[in-house]
Design a protein around this ligand. Structure first.
Ligand code: OSB
Ligand code: MG
Length: 370
């Protein structure tokens, strides 16, 4: 394919309820969408960076800047390309994995649409629907938490993930276990809020039979996670620390995790995500698909990825309605705890023009030649 240009599109989508994590509270999801225009077809990419660099070092305006200044020009200069060569062309630029992932996703969508092939098939999916979990934010009190969890269980979610931080950990887990019982698939996510010196406190979660604790320690503390994993019985899962197949291999080798959360944006794209999946399968490490409050575009791709055989645990691939009253695509709706894997070419979904226009705050066209 030959690149004609990329449209950057800033969207601002109100969340149905505030989402509080150990790194901050969000009431609106601002994000950057990409429309990749090639001589063959157009494709959509979604950049999962947040407005501020609180989850990782990336942020929306940084992603827009590096795309405009470096990534799109490099791809334009590379001559004919396909999705499998995008990462190699962008490799000289350090970091900026979410920006790179968005560009690769748009190219992949364009390529697959041109060929009439679905992303799920391209990635190696083996299921036509995936079981879904839900990520539950930190609440003002235990009553509000139990109401939220009860509502999600009533909707059919098959797994609950509680966001935790110091001061909101053992008690919310105990309250959920006492109210909803031991059969609920339950896990927690600390988003790096603890240090190794909290190991004895975190061991107090051991009796609750959690599926895992996600990213308790800072992103660069693989040794700390390896030490912690020997001090607690809850399996350690990494999110922020896993930035590539190489870091995943190191984490597994060190014993820093026994489960991996795969987020395509965080690792530089869906193709690297698949490599991490393959690596984890080879090491018998279960994986699940994380989320970044995606629109229906990113959700379509995540659901396709989550249908690969190594995704043996339910992911944060919740229905559109868990996040947004109106999505930019036709909404993903939970059916008996599952979301259907899209079957159409590429992502298999497209933005609805009116819904997209309603949430767009700005656009910018980056031509391939200037
Ligand atoms: O750590 O998994 C995380 C959302 C934004 C940033 C980081 C995380 C999350 C979530 C929600 O937990 C996942 C989702 O439902 O999309
Ligand atoms: Mg996480």
């Amino acid at each position: 394919m030959k690149l004609e240009g990329v449209e950057l599109r800033w969207v601002s989508m109100p969340l149905v309820s505030p989402f509080r994590t150990s790194f901050g509270t969000q009431t609106t999801r601002d994000l950057l969408l990409l429309k990749v225009v090639t001589d063959q077809a157009e494709g959509w990419g979604e950049c999962v960076a947040m407005a501020a660099p609180l989850y990782s070092e990336e942020y929306i305006e940084g992603a827009a800047d590096v795309l405009r200044r470096y990534l799109v020009p490099a791809l334009a200069a590379a001559g004919p390309f396909d999705a499998s060569t995008v990462a190699t062309v962008l490799e000289p630029f350090h970091g900026h994995r979410m920006a790179k992932a968005a560009l690769e996703m748009g190219v992949l969508d364009a390529e697959l649409r041109a060929e009439g092939r679905p992303l799920s098939r391209e990635l190696g999916a083996v299921h036509d629907r995936v079981p879904c979990g839900v990520s539950v934010g930190i609440m003002d009190d235990l009553g509000a938490l139990l109401d939220a969890v009860g509502g999600y269980l009533d909707e059919g979610y098959v797994r609950i993930k509680l966001k935790i931080e110091p001061g909101w950990d053992v008690e919310p887990v105990r309250a959920v276990r006492e109210r909803f019982g031991d059969d609920v698939l339950l896990q927690v996510d600390a988003n790096t809020a603890y240090t190794l010196s909290d190991a004895r406190h975190l061991a107090r979660l051991d009796p609750f039979d959690l599926l895992l604790i996600e990213q308790p320690l800072p992103e660069d503390d693989l040794f700390g996670h390896a030490d912690l994993a020997r001090l607690i019985t809850t399996p350690v899962c990494l999110d922020e620390s896993i930035t590539s197949a190489r870091t995943a291999a190191a984490a597994i080798r060190l014993g820093a995790c026994s489960v991996v959360n795969i987020k395509p944006g965080r690792v530089g794209g869906y193709l690297e995500a698949r490599r991490i999946h393959d690596l984890c399968v080879a090491h018998s490490v279960p994986v699940w698909c994380g989320g970044m409050l995606e629109t229906g575009l990113g959700r379509a791709a995540n659901v396709a990825l989550a249908a690969l055989p190594g995704f043996t645990m339910p992911g944060d691939t919740s229905a559109s309605g868990r996040y947004y009253a109106t999505d930019v695509t036709a909404p993903f709706v939970l059916d008996d705890g599952y979301l259907a894997v899209p079957t159409g070419p590429g992502l298999g979904v497209e933005p609805l023009p009116d819904e997209l226009a309603a949430v767009t705050t700005a656009t910018d066209w980056i031509p391939a030649s200037r």
